[in-house]
Design a binder for this molecule. Sequence first.
Ligand code: FPP
Length: 250
Amino acid sequence: MGLFDSQYSNKAGQVDQNRLPRHIAIIMDGNGRWAKQRGLPRTAGHKVGAEVFRKIATYCKNLGVEYLTVYAFSTENWKRPETEVSVIMGLLKQYMLEAIDSMERDQIRLRFLGDLSAISPELQELVERTNAISSRIEGFQANVCLNYGGRDEILQAARTFAAECAAGEAAPEELTADRFGGYLYSAGIPDPDLVIRPSGELRLSNFLLWQCAYAEFYFCDTLWPDFDERALDAAIIDYQRRDRRFGGIK
Ligand code: FPP
């Protein structure tokens, strides 16, 4: 099976193809609990979780969603045992190597969001290679948050702007929300329309804090390794019932 193959299609036709969220963001939560329930090491949950990411990315692309952003590794996840961190990094490396071979054929752009200075030189080099390929591709974009924290992202944006002001290249009163967005890791990516958190947790956990200002949230109890195309359909259908007002009135 190729990197972005998927067997499932939305045959029930309940998802309104004309009102798809343009950008879906997912906190891939519950891998550890899924593994524990089966008497397996937590890392077994991450391995299945990485497969589920591939399946959901393919499905989003085929459905016509333009951007999928997933939370793969947070700035706080370094606190986990070394073996767990190393398995997650290994899964990311494996995915990047596969993507380098297949993303052009599959027309998938890949972008990594986060403080990438802290990841290994080997992974940094793979990120650069995927970036170079992505620059030649148009269409669906998968964003993988890696050593990502929403507060960290806002702080580094503020520091960059402050440095420009100190250098006389910018003035504080010039700062608008649009301009500030351009200093974030997610510069150029539209804000998420729908944020999904499986596994029963009802928190944002430092994910896309700036970008989620008007996002619709969807929570479900399914653990990420059990999440599938039907679960995504359910989230999109729920989203399509919402009345988005962006602070205005109808
Ligand atoms: C949260 O579940 C999951 C993570 C911190 C890691 C997610 C990473 C992957 C799925 C692999 C990334 C690879 C690719 C290709 C994107 P948890 O461990 O906190 O689960 P728990 O709450 O049940 O303990």
